[in-house]
Design a protein around this ligand. Structure first.
Ligand SMILES: Nc1ncnc2c1ncn2[C@@H]1O[C@H](COP(=O)(O)OP(=O)(O)OP(=O)(O)O)[C@@H](O)[C@H]1O
Length: 325
């Protein structure tokens, strides 16, 4: 059975004329032990999707569809059960640890909090567990007494990872976990996440605008545009030979390791993502698409097979399209 299954997930902020459909009918599956990356530009609905998974969205967000974690629907779960699932079933590592950590509490106390609350541990047991967690994320045990401002950005992100691991979750959702860090530290944090999820057999859902980072870390990749998944498949296949023109544009937008020093420069994608409150007709990517046809203004294509366990939502899929981007 899949660990996580999203079925026709829809998230809309507000209602009536001001409704913002941020996630529009997402179907996704994550097997136990798998690492799935979700890529897309700012505003495509990635963070909304991540927050929806644990019902952490503001009250203005209306959700429909199903979010099955180990077969249990998070959306219809009672509050008490949801509290138990948060941290122990799934936990989230947010971007920008400085904003997520409480500035006035020592980091050891913050890591201990979910252990005390959800595992009903004694303070002594929680303190011992905090020490183990700090060691696992590569921080000296003595750092438990530090306040967030006494740590570097990379160290704070390690603390966030320790907190996410605190109740031994089956799934970690990492929303742009390295975006605020410099490149060297980014690489260290990504390797740390990879190592820990492998050692502890945790599934990973990682969200980023950077397809190269996701391709390097994840087994599978889903590309999101204007609230929908437009391409999904094995990570290397999607990164190296994306079938959706947006997937190709995204993979061309970031340098590949082998291209550094070569003449193949990353290419930006002209134009901006659409305003979710005023989406174009037909395929929402057509105004920016270099291979758009007349029919693309009418029909919004469904995901269709683009190869072995690879799908894309484009009228060109199945037809030979020259790489024109
Ligand atoms: N609380 C909210 N109320 C209304 N609209 C919102 C709210 N939060 C997000 N949105 C809108 O929903 C859409 C998706 O936003 P979301 O933050 O999920 O995108 P994202 O891909 O994660 O972008 P980023 O990487 O910039 O966070 C955007 O158009 C955004 O303006």
């Amino acid at each position: 059975m899949s660990l996580l299954e999203l079925k026709n997930l829809q998230v809309t902020y507000g209602s009536g004329a001001r409704a913002v459909p941020a996630v529009r009918g997402v179907d996704l599956t994550l097997a136990a032990g798998q690492k799935l990356g979700i890529a897309g530009e700012s505003g495509c609905g990635k963070s909304t999707l991540a927050l929806a998974l644990l019902r952490l969205l503001p009250a203005s967000a209306q959700l429909s569809g199903e979010i099955l974690l180990d077969g249990e629907d998070i959306l219809s779960m009672r509050w008490g059960r949801l509290r138990a699932v948060r941290w122990a079933g799934a936990s989230i590592v947010f971007q920008g640890a400085m904003h997520s950590l409480n500035a006035v509490h020592r980091i050891g106390d913050q890591i201990a909090e979910p252990i005390l609350l959800h595992q009903k541990a004694t303070p002594a047991v929680a303190r011992k567990k905090v020490g183990e967690l700090l060691q696992q994320v590569g921080l000296p045990v003595a750092r438990a007494d530090a306040y967030p401002h006494e740590l570097s950005g990379g160290q704070r992100q390690r603390v966030m990872i320790a907190m996410a691991l605190a109740c031994a979750p089956r799934l970690i959702v990492a929303d742009e976990p390295t975006t605020a860090l410099d490149v060297m530290i980014q690489a260290q944090i990504l390797r740390l996440i990879e190592q820990l999820v492998a050692e502890q057999d945790i599934s990973l859902l990682m969200i980023s605008h950077d397809l190269a980072v996701l391709a390097d870390t994840c087994d599978r990749l889903a590309v999101m545009y204007a609230g929908r998944i437009v391409e999904e498949g094995p990570a290397r296949t999607v990164y190296d030979s994306a079938q959706h023109p947006y997937g190709r544009a995204l993979s061309d937008a970031f340098p590949r390791i082998g291209d550094i020093g070569s003449r193949r420069a990353p290419r930006g994608l002209p134009g901006d993502p659409p305003d979710p409150a005023a989406l174009p007709t037909g395929c929402t990517f057509h105004p920016r698409c270099p291979v758009a046809l007349d029919i693309c203004t009418d029909a919004d294509p469904e995901l269709v097979s683009a190869g072995d366990t690879h799908q894309a939502a484009c009228v060109h899929v199945g037809a030979a399209v020259e790489k024109q981007l």
